[in-house]
Design a protein around this ligand. Structure first.
Ligand code: ZN
Ligand code: FE
Ligand code: FE
Ligand code: ZN
Length: 266
């Protein structure tokens, strides 16, 4: 009985549907729980154009309540996908107090210098040509390690999102994976197997099978998530994801309620 804890809503301006529709999809797929985790608001609404406005946070919380009321048999958890930023600690303190969160996801989309590596606009703007792929990967994985080591999040999302558009350096990629696995081992963090990569140009889940195997050696549990931006993607490719996670050596996943972690077998 899996849960899907990484889903979005139309409040973030690049997803479709409300939590009630995601809950209906989760119930139809036979999931044990649904978690809503839309992109966090920033203090400044014009930070970028792909997250909810701060003034919409009460609507978001109400919309999750509505999904709970419509699907009494399905636990619907209130979460948020929070952008990890090196100077984001004070804003995260504030966000933590704004609702009764069941969990917070830490995500690295922004690299130092302020560019969001998964945003297709940078392909057209030639941002990827300003640095080697190795340099971008180095910056991404260093930020990801800081995100894990911050211990601020209940789990951390899409561990190798930087490959989204197919940019992969040469050689043995464990030079990127090992420090993240060490951070997981040191902090007891939980990472995510995110099936969105199977639906986009990455062409495989996040993290890659090789990275997944390195992470499994820490003995940590793994979250399995769709990162659905429309209700029909809730729980998408989960059979395959469970097979990949087990093949890598994972045995457990987690659920969250009131920011308490509960481990369950995969
Ligand atoms: Zn999104
Ligand atoms: Fe994300
Ligand atoms: Fe997401
Ligand atoms: Zn995401």
């Amino acid at each position: 009985m899996l849960s899907d804890y990484h889903t979005h809503t139309e409040l973030c301006r690049h997803a479709d549907g409300w939590p009630v529709a995601y809950a209906a999809a989760a119930a139809a797929r036979g999931l044990a729980e649904l978690g809503c985790s839309d992109h966090n608001p920033m203090k400044d609404d014009d930070f970028d154009e792909w997250r909810m406005a701060l003034g919409d946070l009460p609507r978001y919380v109400d919309a999750v309540e509505e999904a709970r009321a419509a699907h009494p048999g399905l636990p619907v958890r209130l979460g948020l996908e929070v952008d990890y930023l090196d100077d984001g600690g004070a804003w995260l303190d504030a966000l933590e107090g704004m609702a009764r969160w069941d969990y917070l996801i830490g995500s690295v989309h922004y690299l130092p210098g302020g560019w969001d590596v998964d945003n297709p606009k940078w392909l057209a703007l030639g941002r990827w040509e300003q640095q080697t792929v190795d340099e971008v990967w180095t910056a991404y994985f260093a930020a990801y390690e800081r995100c894990v080591r911050s211990r601020r999040f209940d789990f951390c999302a899409h561990p190798d999102l930087v490959k989204k558009f197919g940019h992969r350096p040469g050689g043995d990629l464990r030079r990127y994976y090992d420090p993240v696995a060490q951070a997981v081992a040191d902090t007891g963090a939980i990472l995510e197997l995110n099936t969105a990569g199977l639906r986009n140009s990455a062409g495989e889940q996040y993290p890659s099978q090789e990275f997944l195997a390195v992470l499994a050696q820490t003995g940590a549990p793994i979250m399995i998530s769709s990162d659905a931006h429309r209700p029909e993607d809730v729980g998408r490719d989960f059979d395959r994801a469970v097979a990949l996670a087990k093949e890598a050596g994972f045995r457990q996943t987690a659920r969250f309620c009131g920011r308490e972690r509960m481990l369950v077998p995969l």
